[in-house]
Design a binder for this molecule. Sequence first.
Ligand code: BGC
Length: 752
Amino acid sequence: MDVEHILSQMTLEEKAAFCSGGDFWHTKALERLGVPSVMMCDGPHGLRKQGAEADHLGINDSIKAVCFPTAAALAASFDRSLLHTLGEVLGEECQAEDVSMLLGPGLNIKRSPLCGRNFEYFSEDPYLAGQLAAAYVNGLQGKGIAACPKHFAANNQETLRMSGSSEVDERTLHEIYLSAFEDMVKESAPRSMMCSYNQINGVYASENRELLTEILRDQWGFDGFVVTDWGAGKDRVKGIAAGVDLEMPGRDNPEQVAKIVAAVQSGELPEEQLDQTVSRILTYIKGYMDGRRPEAQLDLETDHIRSVHASEECAVLLKNARDILPLSKEQRVAFLGDFARAPRYQGAGSSHINSHKVVGAVEAAQAAGLNVTFAQGYLAQTSEPNPDLLERAAECAKRADVAVIFAGLPDSYESEGFDRTSMAMPANQNALIEAVASVNPNTVVVLHNGSPVEMPWADQAAAILELYLGGEGVGEAAVDLLYGTANPSGKLAETFPIKLEDNPSFLNFPGEDGIVEYREGVFVGYRYYDKKKMAVRFPFGHGLSYTSFVYGDIQLDKAQLTDRESLTVTCKVKNTGTRLGKEVIQLYVRDEQSRVNRPVRELKGFEKVELAPGEEKTVSFTLGKKAFAYYEPKIHDWFVESGTFTIEIGSSSRDIRLAAQVTVEGTVTLPVHFTEFSTFGQILATPKGQTLIGHIFQKFSAGAAGQHGDIEADAAGMQTMQSMMMDMTLDAVSKFIGMTDEQISGILAELN
Ligand code: BGC
């Protein structure tokens, strides 16, 4: 395909029609010019390839495919290579099924534990979300399949997702909600991007030129095409002008074509802009055709095994009192709860996979010849406790050495399209855990949920294993993890607060009258809990192992640097236990002093390493400018303030093992403009201000403080006076000391 040639042969009407799809999942074909129609599919954690009965809510069936762990689980792996491999596997499946683009990954930030779609998103932390998304995109695109990261942007809830406005200040928008997208674009060059349904500060994403052109293309260098979320397109002329290339789903729409044609003819929409849009879509189709490998095969059995392995990498061991886990084959074990039989392993909505095979934990344990009994305990689809089921489960638990309860959230609690209203688990499941824990102190809780839950029973459970929505292999993975064939190595990619009300978005979620104000600003997740020094149930980055790790020897390659240089940090980690295991080493950065309100620590690096017993490895991190910067609206860019920064290395955000300091010099100066209403403090903060008004400040404060003959009292008086005066404006001071307007203008002219 010669994109330029094809474009030159297209009529204006053909071009106008081409920027909408041909049907629910395909682009339009242009047979006259040899352009094929290509297919796109959901995504993100498996292939949802539908036939004629198409829908975007996961209602109608799709082909049988392997359901891999959802993003919430994958994020807990903290493992770029796992995400890269998953991207490759999905890319191969797409090649086998002739799918040109997979609609994912979803990398919106988890602002509230209630967002119905949290299971499809990675983290509350933008660095982690961006890194994992980039790895997935690189893997997928390496197989010749376009990724379509979504939902751009500030789509952090389902309530009124198609019409509401996310009201976010500029710093917060860039620092938290756009940052993951920015990193991902720069590190993986996705061929596409999906704009979200919602408005951002009153402008629909699909008509948002600032977002889709100025930020995405001009600032970040994105060179793919933008597709609307399904049905998110509004006025197509405005959309094309804003930077939206393809509207999905598509159909023959002569009225819309006529509008675009008229806009070009009247000069409202420059034809070059329409050409650019068409050219981007053609480039994507060409990219797919060039990399097409029809010989690729769908190998569901192999991919199922990969799914089991992936699920194991994502498991987070939250608690393990008395080293109750792993279990041994000799123990009598009771598996309790409906989810032990049929695990909840994926969420509802457009990501729903028609799974090829799901093996429950009970079946997997029996197949492995383990000594396991089972009682249902609760009915997954209801919430009310059933006394009969509870009693039988408690009886079963009494006869066992260890009781393992499989619990979590039912399908009806978490889905695309609506948010949760509470963080509580169903009453029947909480009742089961409490009933069992009261008769057997060796109670282990295995969780299947897409988002944090309240755990009123956390102290009674001896161990808690979080499996999230771990894909179709999660039942088999659970058995491997419980019995130690696999060693848990996941870490929480989000904080588990004690209760919903602790969450920083609580008072402003999901907003009122379609407006949701992100008033907590940059203090999302652990950034908030750490700043407030709050107790949490389980902190960001937390996760235990069946072995233990010792950290040491932190080294920085420089004691000071500028924001144009990078810093290399290394440390050593040793497996001091008796089992092979993996540890996620996390690096956090703190600005020790800042003119703006900054978090106590922010994740800026992580590495996952595998260590045999006794083995030690050196881990290395490279920190560039963004690791030290905050987003400064005055310059609409990332900005580093000169000063001391602390580098912390830990096993979780609240288990910091090593720390060192470094001095960073910022090379950008913020623009300043002084007026007569600038204060002494603001002016004296600059060297020029010191020279120009330092003496006035000294004289005026000495005069105001007065002399009382007691040296110490006089010094204290002077200090109090100076503190009071720091916030006095030049204008006010001039009235006390009789400065003329001319003198003030002179000072300001010098300063500015
Ligand atoms: C969802 C997208 C999805 C699309 C197509 C929309 O409702 O928000 O994530 O890719 O449908 O199914």
